[in-house]
Write a protein that binds this ligand. Structure first.
Ligand code: PMP
Length: 411
């Protein structure tokens, strides 16, 4: 079970109670990490400690529990600021996740600043949550959505991107890493080129946060979106990073408590950022537990995590390539540890089910990237995505399972 990397896999696995179970009579092998990854004990403990010890609403209370909860909640904001190297702590807004973060920007920034004939650029490998919010706002504002083409192996076509950019471009929204293909996009270049035409750039960091170093100041992105549940944290929480100067000129997204300074029936004045964008009681427990997830990643170190995951990806590519009729989908040079594939003559769902019977959890389907699947001329893929607790012997079992499935279906 142990691998040759510097991290102690057994020690890490011991922190994840969910991994130590049988599924369909077999030891669970969890390779659906790009959908959501598993939670270490310290994240689970942070949730129960909050509910058992200091559950209280935050910011408005002056009693001890409320103060303790507020402090813990705001501590996550501080940790997240450091995690992505934001200049100001008020640039971190808590949301439900990447989907809500993108919708917030599309609705608030888009509604305020897009005009008829303006253009929004996305890429051909975006998740539906980085497509549909832009379609909605483009339709409302009579703006046009443009798409950067993607190559057969899964790279963004930078030359075509250059051609799409013009003074009409107001927003560019692309992912840092693709959930279907694993491609790591050249976002620094994409941002720099967009800024040359004064467009703002939103980066969907859903697939990056657990694997790649994120430095929003160095990237110079205008918005960056993260989901906690893809970085060992709880579901239902994430962040939107936005540059202070931009967030300050954006109108509120939702109205309610917390986002106001003063309310009269005649007029309401809004709170300062980040609270202007945090209407209502937030997801306190999950925000607090997200801090434990950040600490988990920081303690391991992103370099160590990436080294281990890259080793697994390389190993998986080698093993999967040896399986007859299997075609790898997404073979760009720069990738996070996600490998999609198809097997000639066998539907991805059937493979998914047969692997599940062996205790192996993979994702099958279009992965919320239907336009990308159409571009590649396929209905969907089987996707194995790796996390820090996965091992080479698990990859062996996946390859072994696939080999048997291919042989059974042949017979
Ligand atoms: N973008 C990408 C690249 C994703 O992988 C996902 C999650 N599958 C999302 C956006 C949406 O994230 P969430 O569902 O956490 O809002």
């Amino acid at each position: 079970m142990t691998t040759a990397t510097a991290i102690d896999i057994e020690k890490i696995r011991a922190k994840f109670p969910i991994l130590h179970q049988n599924v369909n009579g077999k030891r669970l092998i969890y390779f659906d990490n790009a959908a959501t990854n598993q939670k270490p004990q310290e994240v689970i403990d942070a949730l129960t400690n909050y509910y058992q010890g200091y559950n209280a609403n935050i910011h408005r209370g002056i009693h001890t529990l409320a103060e303790k909860a507020t402090k813990a909640f705001e501590k996550t904001r501080d940790s997240m600021q450091k995690f992505i190297n934001a200049k100001h702590v008020e640039e971190i807004i808590f949301t439900r996740g990447v989907t809500e973060s993108i919708n917030l920007v599309a609705s608030s920034y888009g509604r305020a600043f897009l005009k008829e004939g303006d253009e929004v650029i996305i890429s051909g490998m975006e998740h539906h949550s980085n497509i549909v919010p832009w379609q909605l706002i483009c339709e409302e504002k009579k703006a046009n959505l443009k798409v950067i083409p993607v190559s057969e192996i899964g790279d963004i076509d930078l030359e075509e991107y250059r051609k799409l950019l013009s003074r009409k471009t107001k927003i560019v929204a692309v992912n840092h890493a693709s959930n279907s293909l694993g491609t790591i996009n050249p976002i620094k270049k994409i941002i720099q080129l967009a800024h040359e035409v004064d467009a703002v750039v939103l980066i969907d960091g859903a697939q990056a946060a657990a694997h790649l170093d994120i430095d929003v100041q160095n990237l110079d992105c205008d918005f960056y979106c993260i989901s906690s549940h893809k970085m060992y944290g709880p579901t239902g929480v994430g962040i939107l990073y936005g540059k202070k100067s931009i967030l300050e000129k954006m109108p509120p997204y939702m109205g309610g408590g917390e986002m106001i300074k003063e309310v009269t029936f005649a007029k309401t004045t809004y709170n300062d950022i980040p609270y202007k964008f945090e209407a209502g009681t937030p997801n306190i427990s999950d925000v607090i537990a997200l801090n434990a997830a950040i600490l988990f990643i920081n303690n391991l170190g992103k370099d160590q995590i990436a080294e281990h995951e890259n080793e697994l990806l390389e190993y998986a590519v080698e093993k999967l390539s040896a399986i007859p009729k299997l075609k790898l989908i997404g073979t760009a040079k720069n990738k996070v540890a996600v490998q999609s594939f198809i097997v000639d003559g066998i539907h991805p769902f059937d493979i998914g089910q047969m692997l599940d019977a062996r205790g192996i959890a993979v994702r099958t389907g279009h992965h919320c990237t239907q336009p990308l699947m159409e571009r590649l001329g396929i209905e969907g893929t089987i996707r194995a995505s790796f996390s820090v607790y996965n091992t080479k012997s698990e990859v062996d079992e996946l390859a072994d399972g696939l080999m048997r499935i291919v042989n059974i279906m042949k017979g």
